[in-house]
Design a protein around this ligand. Structure first.
Ligand code: F6R
Length: 252
């Protein structure tokens, strides 16, 4: 696991964008695994800037991690809408090459199976991840067992609370989502996990240190050979404290 610590989210996002740009430029048909939420927004802004300076997305395929159950693609808080607003409308990616689970499907089991076929047919070259305050990746929530493939998940109460900041007061916040499973995430050739802000510090430390465990779904990333955590100093707080303690211990 590589850990890169930056002074702030902006410089971390520029670093992540440069890695994504390299993948887009170096492969004939790059497949990007994408995340939503507040964390990757500066990364997408940077990619849009790269596009304005000539980076083409015409040969790119994108596969998103998740979508809320019960929201149509046109709902302003759906992840379809998020991706359109923050990335797709600003670049030349082909709409038929952007994949997001359909949270409004009448048969959700069939939709999960369809999405697993999409992932199988488009092996992901680089997966962008955020991390929940409880250590979820995608919406693979801490539980007694973890799931390999795309599935419908009941969101944890801390996830619903965190997501509620995007909804208007009084508006119903979704309690279920369709999410890619952990095997699909781990099959990506390269993974960049972005975490910014002190509220992520504990989830990051739990992912990086200790055993792989279901109480910290992000800890499964320890099993992957090419993962980079891109952190600001606040999200890296516990990592830095541990490094300092180790350094002063070995200096004694
Ligand atoms: C979103 C996703 C989630 C978020 C996580 C962090 O597609 O898969 O795992 O990355 O909930 O969300 P933010 O970035 O809003 O803190």
């Amino acid at each position: 696991m590589n850990i890169r610590i930056f002074p702030d989210s902006q410089t971390g996002s520029v670093y992540a964008a440069a890695i994504v740009e390299y993948v887009i430029k170096s492969l004939p048909s790059p497949v990007l695994g994408l995340a939503t939420g507040s964390t990757p927004i500066p990364l997408y802004e940077e990619l849009v800037r790269f596009h304005k300076r000539g980076l083409s997305f015409a040969h790119v395929t994108t596969i998103n991690l998740d979508e809320y159950v019960g929201l149509s693609a046109s709902h302003p808080q759906s992840y379809h809408h998020f991706m359109y607003r923050h990335l797709f409308q600003h670049v030349d990616v082909r709409p038929d090459r952007t994949f997001i689970p359909d949270g409004s499907a009448s048969d959700l089991a069939a939709e999960c199976a369809r999405y697993d076929d999409v992932i199988r047919n488009h092996p992901i070259d680089i997966q962008i991840l955020g991390i929940g305050v409880n250590g979820h990746i995608g919406f693979n929530e801490p539980d007694s067992a973890l799931k390999a493939h795309t599935h419908v998940v009941r969101l944890a109460k801390e996830t619903i609370a965190a997501n509620s900041r995007f909804f208007k007061p009084g508006e119903a916040v979704p309690v279920e989502a369709i999410t890619m499973g952990l095997q699909s995430i781990l099959l990506a050739k390269q993974i960049l996990l972005l975490a910014f802000g002190e509220e992520k510090a504990e989830a990051v430390a739990n992912a990086v240190y200790g055993d792989v465990r279901t109480s910290s779904p992000a800890s499964v990333l320890q099993l992957h050979p090419n993962v980079t955590f891109v952190l600001d100093e606040a999200a890296a707080k516990l990592v830095l404290e541990r490094e300092q303690a180790q350094a002063s211990g070995s200096a004694r």
